[in-house]
Design a protein around this ligand. Structure first.
Ligand code: UT7
Length: 349
């Protein structure tokens, strides 16, 4: 069998809950202020799931959006990978739920977990399956609903996160390659700095004891994660550019994990990138964890900020600790726009 030479990125999509929670609304829950949250993080609001929504419902919506963008039908999908830390169930996987809902009967499906870096890990795994010739079309989804694991009495964490999903469609190409390189790292020694200690299975006989109630919730050493991130982002971007055989100066856009505007600013200054090269939407969505990179990417395309052709560095960091980056040469256009039939001009009588 002749192996394909490359992997094209033919679609991107996203989904967020309609319910919006503003900074002002959080002042009713914890001692904080819109001013503190906006200046320290850049976040002004976030979207939070209602009881009717779930990790899988957002993942399915984002997957459908990305498929529509790409113009391919779901039966062409060979593999579904979902990166999430907040699945509906231990099993079935969220990927299996997406596979069933979109109607991809031939597709294999599995979840993977690398916290906020999950989407970069998933892109890398999907690209490798394509490069090996195992699959032609791979749907990669990043989704998280951290709102269900937040302690809404802890102002250090509850102000930061939002819920959402984002997706990419990857396809084999005999002539072109658009994922130029990926770079993945982990440091398990820092696991305690950002963790949801236990959702039940770590304790014998059914769950977290009352004495360890806080173990149900996300816990974070914000300062330590901040320090880690401002070093990890430039390191990963430089490394992935070197792997791709390009210079940082050759990048058109940086699409970083949307955690904190100060992290994005500090890291991009170290890389010598200009503000207009930074793709960011955390003011509106907060930190959506594994979803944040495709969500920012999709939004930038919808708003015309990111137009093809563009060389983009996607860079993530988060729990694990994990971090990593990918270089995407973005050339795709939304097939829905092409399919819009323009009304024939009325002929004068
Ligand atoms: O996907 C990765 C997820 N995690 C991250 O990206 C987190 C990275 N870290 C950060 O973004 C920042 O460290 C935070 C935004 C979490 C915190 O900002 P900071 O500038 O590092 O603040 P700090 O933790 O040093 O706290 C400064 C003060 C403290 O008060 P004292 O001890 O100086 O009196 C905090 O208690 O701000 C206080 N504080 C708040 N005040 C109002 C902490 N959270 C809040 C709050 N509202 N929500």
């Amino acid at each position: 069998m002749r192996l394909p030479v490359g992997c094209k990125v033919i679609g991107v999509g996203c989904a967020v809950p309609t319910n919006v929670v503003t900074n002002a609304e959080l002042t009713g829950l914890v001692e904080t202020s819109d001013e503190w949250i906006a200046t320290r993080t850049g976040i002004r609001q976030r979207h939070i799931v209602t009881a009717e929504e779930s990790c899988s419902s957002l993942a399915i919506e984002a997957a459908k959006d990305a498929l529509e963008f790409s113009g391919i039908t779901s039966d062409a999908v060979d593999l579904v990978i979902v990166a999430t830390s907040t699945p509906d169930n231990l099993y079935p996987s969220t990927a299996c739920m997406v596979q069933a809902a979109i109607g991809a009967p031939q597709a294999a499906a599995f979840d993977m977990e690398a916290a906020c870096t999950g989407i970069i890990y998933a892109l890398s795994v999907g690209q490798h399956f394509i490069a090996l010739g195992t699959y032609r079309t791979v749907l990669v989804v990043g989704v998280d609903i951290h709102s269900r694991f937040l302690n809404w009495e802890d102002r250090n964490t509850c102000i930061l996160f939002g819920d959402g999903a984002g997706a990419f469609v990857l396809q084999a190409s005999e002539t072109e390659n658009e994922i130029l390189a990926t770079y993945l790292r982990a440091d398990g020694k820092g696991g305690h700095l950002l963790h949801i200690p236990n959702t039940g299975a770590g304790y014998p006989h059914g769950g977290v004891p009352a004495a360890k109630e806080t173990h149900r919730y996300l816990q974070m050493n914000g300062r330590a994660i901040y320090e880690f991130a401002v070093n990890a982002v430039p390191e990963a971007v430089r490394a992935v550019c070197a792997k791709a055989g390009i210079r940082v100066e050759d990048l058109d856009f940086l699409v970083p994990h949307q955690a904190n505007k100060r992290i994005i600013k500090a890291a991009s200054e170290r890389l010598g990138l200009r503000e207009e090269q930074l793709v960011s939407n955390l003011d509106e969505f907060g930190n959506t964890s594994a979803a944040s990179i495709p969500l920012a990417f999709a939004e930038a395309i919808t708003h015309g900020r990111l137009a093809p052709p563009a060389t983009c560095a996607l860079v993530g960091f988060g729990g694990g600790l994990t971090w990593g980056a990918a270089i995407i040469r973005w050339t795709a256009t939304d097939q829905r726009l092409k399919n819009e039939v323009s009304e024939p001009a009325e002929l004068p009588l």
